[in-house]
Design a binder for this molecule. Structure first.
Ligand SMILES: *Cc1c(COP(=O)(O)O)cnc(C)c1O
Length: 404
């Protein structure tokens, strides 16, 4: 027996050493290329989980790899004690998508959203003239804004909050797409409204354009910030750079993360010119935010989205794909109750717990992601080809046929 090949399996090491806070699939992924990943047994998968909407360019896109390799050999981290050219360039490029305003860089979606929640507090002081008087934030039922205390407090889901109370005070929850229910929650303590354009973890629940336009008016009438969480639905996923663009509105602040650096950890907040001055030196920060390496990865993502015209690609290719997937609800009505979403962010509403179907799909070579409310999400890379989209439909159909 050779000592060198007696390595303990990843499964055993996870069992022994890794915190048991996830219900992980029993496969170990070791390699990726484009829309495909392979496990340590050599099995290939079509990856339409995209690492939870993160791998926007698929795996190991050559332009992304070259940019990250180049930057890793040049300068990786400096902290925000100093400027670095990549952060400067990324802020400018993102402002081009967001509008006049300023960017703050951090490392995750939750951290981006914490920044938005702190912005709401500062706006409340500007509005009321003192601290602690105007700090309420109205969010949506079934929202998901992250696992930090602020994020959890903005996430009205028992499975997320249970065990961690008391939470941060000052959150209220309106019914999605019911403007009256949001309006009824506004009072003099309200500082901001905070919603995802399309709820992701909550089950792929889109805001209607009318609802978003109504929230914009409600905020304008009451001097509230309209803050949009585009952590999952942003960065091209719906065929526009931001999903709220479909509604023709402009928010006061935007949270971004997941797809922004194509797999490298990053988060960002954009805030409009009018509120950018609320943050002054020393009021907020993070050690890792906006490193040369993270920003190089994000710039590579923006390059590829622009050069390969991925917004137009998502818009065009999603139409037949969503049509084909929507047919499941007429062909397999006992299992699939409906299909929601836009572009490359779709959710199939199932009759029951999605876990067995997620497993069956994986065993047939298609990776998907469950979401709340018995939903299965498909989140292909933005550059998934028409053939790959068709293949996902074939695999899905064959699994549903076997089940029916
Ligand atoms: C994933 C997600 C978050 C949290 O992002 P993390 O990087 O996991 O902290 C926040 N909001 C939305 C809409 C998300 O999908």
């Amino acid at each position: 027996m050779q000592e060198s090949i007696m390595r303990t399996s990843s499964a055993d090491l996870y069992d022994a050493y890794v915190l048991k806070n996830y219900a992980r699939a029993p496969i170990t992924l070791v390699r990726g290329k484009g829309s495909r990943v392979w496990d340590d047994q050599g099995n290939g998968y079509l990856d339409f989980s995209s690492g939870l909407a993160v791998s926007a360019l698929g795996h190991c896109h050559p332009h992304w790899v070259a940019a990250v390799q180049r930057q890793a050999g040049e300068l990786i981290h400096t902290s925000n004690l100093f400027r670095n050219p990549n952060q400067a360039e990324l802020a400018k490029r993102l402002a081009g998508y967001c509008g006049p305003g300023r960017l703050f860089f951090c490392n995750s979606g939750a951290e981006a959203n914490e920044t938005l929640l702190k912005l709401a507090r500062l706006h409340g002081i500007r509005k009321s003239g003192e601290e602690g008087k105007c700090f309420h934030v109205i969010c949506a039922q079934r929202a998901f804004h992250g696992r930090t205390f602020g994020g959890m407090s903005a996430t009205p889901q028992e499975k997320i909050q249970k065990g961690f109370r008391p939470l941060v005070p000052g959150f209220a929850f309106g019914e999605l797409n019911n403007l009256e229910s949001f309006a009824a929650l506004v009072d003099e303590r309200t500082a901001a409204i905070f919603v995802e354009t399309i709820q992701g973890e909550g089950g792929v629940n889109p805001c209607t354009p009318e609802f978003l336009a109504g929230l914009r008016q409600l905020c304008d009438r009451n001097n509230l910030l309209l803050m949009i969480d585009e952590v999952q639905c942003g960065i091209g996923r719906t065929g526009r750079f931001f999903a709220f663009e479909h509604a023709g509105i402009r928010p006061d602040a935007i949270g971004m993360a997941k797809g922004l650096a194509g797999g490298f950890p990053i988060g960002a907040m954009w805030v409009s010119e009018r509120s950018a001055e609320l943050f002054q030196p020393g009021m907020h920060g993070t050690t890792f935010g906006g490193t040369p390496l993270a920003c190089a990865a994000a710039l590579a993502v923006l390059d590829v989205i622009e050069r390969e015209k991925l917004l137009a690609h998502v818009t065009r290719e999603s139409v037949p794909w969503i049509e084909a997937v929507t047919r499941f609800s007429t062909d397999f009505p006992a299992v699939v109750k409906g299909v929601r979403g836009r572009g490359f962010m779709i959710g199939l509403q199932l009759a029951d717990d999605p876990a067995p179907l997620v497993t069956a799909l994986r065993e047939r070579g298609l990776l998907t992601a469950a979401a709340g409310g018995n939903v299965i999400r498909m989140l292909p890379p933005l550059n998934a080809t028409a053939d790959e989209l068709r293949l996902s439909v074939e695999i899905f159909r064959s699994v549903l046929s076997a089940k029916a």
